[in-house]
Design a protein around this ligand. Sequence first.
Ligand code: ZN
Ligand code: ZN
Length: 181
Amino acid sequence: MTSKIKSVGLVPLGNVPEIDLKVLAEHITGCFKLTTQILPPLEPPDDALDERRLQYDAGIIIEAMEAMQFGNQDKVIGVLNKDLFIPIFTHVFGEARQGGKCGLVSLFRLAKNPDGSTPPSAIIQERAAKVALHELGHLLDLLHCEHKQCLMHFAGGIDEVDKMSLDLCEYCSIFLQDKLH
Ligand SMILES: [Zn+2]
Ligand SMILES: [Zn+2]
């Protein structure tokens, strides 16, 4: 079955401002030309909270989401305000498995500049859009790209997120079009 991707769901996990979800939805629709729907909020699973690290395990949340039904959504991005980690990293801005159904973006660390100051909400939303599109790219089978400005470049820090553009490089863009059409 290689049915084409039509719709992406955005699901708030816990308390996420409506405006942030709307901006994310607009970017997904605008950049990837996919229908995007904001779904009713869910709570992240209790066992995802690591009590020692006081962070949420991205893998556990994604596994729980993969086991859920999301109507006719082909791909689902969970959006949360909590600090996320995966065991090999101290923290992650987002997470998705290659070709999976569900990915995550966390606003938590995107809401602070490297110098500790707080950026305007437009900057936080732009960063969140980049991370959400990057993770959606993985769900659509895109791999990391070495072009520093490409949306699929790996970003370990805020500086790198800020350097990356909201666009795919030519190569990744052709690959994506091939996946979608
Ligand atoms: Zn990545
Ligand atoms: Zn690229």
